[in-house]
Design a protein around this ligand. Structure first.
Ligand code: ARG
Length: 461
């Protein structure tokens, strides 16, 4: 088959070259956007007098018809036409040779392909933003619901201090809120129109880029034609936002997998989201969280791929960029469905309150509170830390201060406040003493919940 630029070539294209370099299999997803860009471009060509009004209406009618047929999935794409842009152009040529040959005036596929990817990505970023907002709202609700559940916190995966389950959820809320800001930011970088940059240096036709940006709903217009066609930072930014988000998801999934194991048994997962084993009849596996955790590998590999593709690339357009679409499509599909699934399954988790409460008191988790109490009564923190760690060391087997009786205690210390603390402390009081900003007391949690509700209501893309 003859290509439009085949005047330059003496030989026919090799079939294996076509198969290896074509992108239609991937960028067919941009078909509708390609037509929208074509319509905007034709309107602009009319505005600056390159086509007549009659020609404009004719070509737009043809394009609208193609649009309809794409939607009805009635069109076939030809791989020898390489990509979606040449495929659509050919369909216009088939209806009107004269017009089909005119529509590529004053533009190149270099500026067209990145424009279309930006439009696609802006839409997807909005979708992801909205579903992530939903997830954050769900987490805030979970936090409200779990205001009186005490759980142990861990550092180094060892029991640390008692906290409220609400507080734990609000930590994930913070992580996902930061992701939301990252998506908002990557959206801003994406919202720039490169169309009109031509192949690399702009065009001598008196095109109206402001008009194009209005029609295609871009906030900004790229200010350098070289940058316009070679910038893929917005793809990196998008992939980075997705990577951070899935990384956060994977941490939560990992915790759910561990805490639902019978070894620990703090959480139980709804049967609908678990699977059994074909061999071991007793098994109930946390599949959904494992699959979600594994998506981290897929999504981060997208980020690494685009960064490696861009590394050392000379200006301006290079065909290497063609892979940007596959990465964006895959990354966006994976992150969207993962957030959606997570939003569903976390509401179905059951927390074993009694076990959690018991664990939150185990292994001297209130040792820091005893040391702080003694310091408030006049002992230096250095000394109280030493005394409490000696007590823990001496009575390690008991696992709790409550199990130490007066006689045993007197052998180690005569400090009356130690006994007083041991007799009167209760886990809720201890948690509620953490009134520092961002601490785990109910007072702080309540104000953080209020602030979070306000914050999530007002954030928009
Ligand atoms: N399919 C190409 C891409 O996605 C379109 C741009 C091709 N430009 C070119 N000069 N060959 O990047």
């Amino acid at each position: 088959m003859k290509k439009k630029w085949s005047g330059r070539f003496k030989k026919q294209l090799s079939n294996s070259f076509i198969r290896y370099t074509m992108s239609i299999k991937t960028d067919r997803r941009l078909a509708l956007i390609d037509i929208i860009c074509n319509i905007a471009h034709c309107n602009m060509l009319r505005k600056i007098g390159i086509i007549t009004i009659k020609e404009k209406y004719k070509v737009i009618r043809i394009l609208e018809n193609i649009f309809k047929r794409v939607k009805e999935k009635k069109l076939k794409w030809r791989k020898e036409l390489e990509d979606i842009h040449l495929n659509i152009e050919r369909k216009v040529v088939n209806k009107s040779k004269k017009l089909g040959f005119k529509i590529r005036t004053a533009r190149s596929r270099n500026d067209l392909s990145t424009t279309e990817l930006r439009i696609w990505l802006k839409n997807k970023t909005k979708d992801i933003f909205e579903i992530l907002k939903k997830l954050i709202k769900t987490i805030i609700k979970l936090s409200i619901k779990s205001k009186n559940i005490v759980i142990p916190s861990l550092t180094h995966f060892q029991l640390a201090q008692p906290i409220m389950l609400s507080h734990y959820w609000l930590c994930y809320k913070n992580m996902f809120f930061r992701d939301l800001l990252r998506f908002k930011n990557s959206y801003i970088f994406t919202d720039q129109l490169p169309l009109g940059s031509g192949a690399v240096s702009g065009t001598s036709f008196k095109i109206d880029r402001k008009y194009l940006s209005k029609k295609l709903r871009f906030k900004k217009i790229s200010s350098n034609s070289i940058d316009g066609v070679s910038d893929r930072d917005y793809v990196v930014d998008f992939c980075f936002s997705c990577s951070m988000c899935i990384l956060h998801i994977s941490r939560l999934c990992e915790e759910i997998v561990i805490f639902s194991s019978k070894l620990i048994d703090f959480i139980s997962i709804d049967d609908r989201y678990c699977s059994g084993s074909s061999m071991m009849p007793q098994k109930k596996n946390p599949d959904i969280f494992e699959v979600m955790r594994s998506k981290t590998g897929i999504i981060i590999s997208g980020l690494i791929s685009i960064m490696i593709i861009m590394k050392g690339l000379p200006l301006a357009y290079n065909k290497d960029y063609q892979e940007d679409k596959r990465i964006c499509f895959n990354t966006s599909d994976e992150i969207y469905i993962s957030i959606k699934m997570l939003n569903k399954v976390i509401t179905k988790l059951k927390f074993r309150k009694k076990k959690l409460k018991k664990a939150s008191k185990m292994d001297f988790t209130i040792a820091t509170d005893l040391a702080e109490y003694l310091t408030k009564k006049g002992m230096s923190y250095r000394k109280s830390h030493e005394l409490v760690s000696t007590l823990v060391n001496k009575f390690e087997k008991k696992g709790s201060f409550k199990k130490i009786n007066k006689k045993e205690l007197n052998k180690v210390t005569s400090n009356k406040y130690v006994l007083k603390f041991i007799r009167k402390y209760n886990i809720y009081n201890i948690v509620n003493k953490k009134t520092s900003i961002g601490g785990t007391s109910i007072k702080q949690i309540k104000s953080e919940i209020k602030r979070s509700i306000r914050e999530i209501k007002s954030i928009k893309i």
